[in-house]
Ligand binder design. Structure first.
Ligand code: NAD
Length: 486
């Protein structure tokens, strides 16, 4: 069993209040780690270390030196690739190939991409006329914002945490990370990497624990945290925003979604089936960008439902490292209760269960894991909670539509506005519909195809602000203007 401590000022430290909590494997419910819960003293120490580091060795580095160090971080993650894959698999129970092909490499890439951006991005400059004819020169200077509080979720722990830590450090800030209580392992491992490559002490800190009345709340309420970047549920974002209002601290939020998939009858059918299968069931449906509402143009509806059903019924359950496994458990027993409550609600609301709807029979020790069947429904009213609320599980509802106007209205009838995926071979239509769906990210004939230089974030209750590429600089730096009279 792993012993996980907090990482403060370059050292692994236990909890001064002596509290530890258990992390259980989603696969078979075994205890796999004992984690030191940070109390207020540890959070204070971490924030103080981060604040001190801003003006120490780290703050004095030239941009090129900082960039070199971040390249070394990425290279060291790659050198310890198997350790990161193992840690992430242990926390999430998801198949090895997803970790090794997507989540860990992209986590490493987050350090290089933002290092490149900060090296190359220009600032603005304006010449200004003055009455004496000599003029004045204005130029912008970007400076780090300070200590960034990073509050991360469990569904793609390393990818989502480094998506914030990468740009924060590239811009010269220091960070205190609060990983999810469900997935602390890779954030801790990253502490070892930081020490190995010589990132100065206090630049990267990790405090473990829960949200309210624990490390998450202590961090977000801390007056020396200059800005907070958060990924997680919308109602948590609301609580953090209240905390951030004391001291008027800036926030960047990436939150929940109830994303629509729109399938037109003229699409490449097989590609659309593969695409919606991925968007609804990858990571056992625990992807914020995932599709839980699918709208299919009526002529293709019956064939689409039958083909997706067949694909879903062929998923292979098992341990992350078992051969051919492409479907894992949910993150925890608690999350399983939540997902199963929606399965029950769908039944109550009169859904036709096309496939799934329950708990699979798993052999041996796996019977104790957080498994649920991947599930497809039809025939629900749009007003059902199953259609309106984010379930964050391996399930989708499919409904037919007749016109473009109708499907745009259906897609937009949600408090969320994170992403959508549109399937059509008519490019004119794709442009037209993409412009009208009220979301932060639209994919056409694809899903989760991420160019890290592009803006990422949600509309409506799905987010505040944009991260990615130069957009991250808006949050992670303070822009100053210098005006020089000639
Ligand atoms: P969550 O909101 O329960 O927890 C996220 C983090 O916030 C955890 O570290 C948790 O401990 C902390 N936290 C909880 N309450 C807090 C409080 N009061 N103060 C400070 N910190 C607090 O979310 P989750 O269950 O870990 O993740 C799933 C959610 O994340 C889903 O809603 C999903 O859509 C969303 N998500 C969004 C994106 C995106 O990019 N938009 C990406 C991934 C996940």
């Amino acid at each position: 069993m792993r012993q996980i401590d907090n990482f403060i000022n370059g050292e692994f430290v236990a909890s001064s209040v002596g509290r530890r909590f258990e992390k259980r494997s989603p696969v078979d419910n075994r205890v796999i780690a004992s984690i030191a819960e940070a109390g207020q003293p540890e959070v204070d120490q971490a924030v103080t270390a981060a604040k001190r580091a801003l003006t120490g060795e780290w703050g004095k580095l030239a941009t090129n030196e900082r960039v070199d160090l971040l390249y070394q971080v990425a290279d060291e993650i790659t050198r310890r690739f198997d350790d990161f894959v193992d840690a992430e698999m242990a926390d999430t129970g998801q198949p090895q190939h997803v970790m090794s092909q997507v989540f860990i490499p992209r986590g490493a890439a987050n350090f290089k991409v933002f290092a490149d951006i900060i090296k190359n991005v220009p600032t603005e400059s304006f010449h200004m006329d003055t009455p004496d004819g000599r003029g004045a020169l204005n130029y912008g200077v970007r400076v780090p914002k300070g200590v960034i509080g990073v509050v991360a979720p469990w569904n793609a722990p390393f990818l989502l945490m480094t998506w914030k830590v990468g740009p924060a450090l590239a811009c010269g800030n220091t960070v205190v990370v609060k990983p999810s209580e469900e997935s602390p392992l890779t954030a801790t491992l990253l502490g070892e990497v930081m020490n190995k490559v010589g990132i100065p002490k206090g630049v990267y800190n990790v405090i473990n624990g829960f949200g309210p009345d624990s490390a998450g709340e202590f961090l977000t309420r801390h007056k020396d945290v200059d800005a907070i970047t958060f990924t997680g549920e919308t109602r948590t974002g609301s609580a953090i925003m209240k905390a951030a209002s004391d001291g008027i601290r800036d926030v960047s939020f990436e939150m929940g979604g109830k994303n629509a998939g729109i399938v037109f009858a003229d699409c490449d059918f097989d590609k659309a089936i593969d695409g919606i299968f991925r968007s609804a069931f990858l990571n056992t449906g625990q992807v914020c960008l995932g599709t839980e509402r699918v709208y299919v143009e009526r002529p293709a509806f019956d064939r689409f439902v039958a083909a997706l059903k067949e694909k879903v019924e062929n998923v292979k359950f098992g341990r992350p490292t078992d051969n051919g496994v492409n479907y894992g458990p949910l993150i925890s027993q608690e999350h399983r209760q939540k997902v199963l409550s929606y399965y029950a609600k769908a039944k109550e609301d009169g859904a036709t269960i096309v496939t799934g709807g329950g708990v699979p029979e798993m052999p041996g020790e796996l019977a104790e894991g957080a498994w649920v069947q991947p599930t497809i429904w039809t025939d629900l009213q749009e007003s059902s909670a199953v259609i309106q609320e984010e379930i964050f599980g391996p399930c989708c509802h499919i409904r037919p539509f007749d016109t473009e106007e109708e499907v745009i209205e259906l897609a937009n009838a949600s408090d969320y506005g994170l992403s959508t995926t549109i399937w059509t071979d008519n490019l004119t239509r794709a442009h037209r519909v993409a412009a009208k769906v009220d979301v932060g990210i639209t994919w056409v004939n694809s899903w989760f195809l991420r160019d890290l230089r592009t803006a990422f974030g949600g509309a409506k209750t799905s987010g505040i602000g944009r991260e990615g590429g130069v957009h991250s600089l808006e949050f992670y730096t303070e822009m100053r203007n210098v005006c020089i009279k000639m």
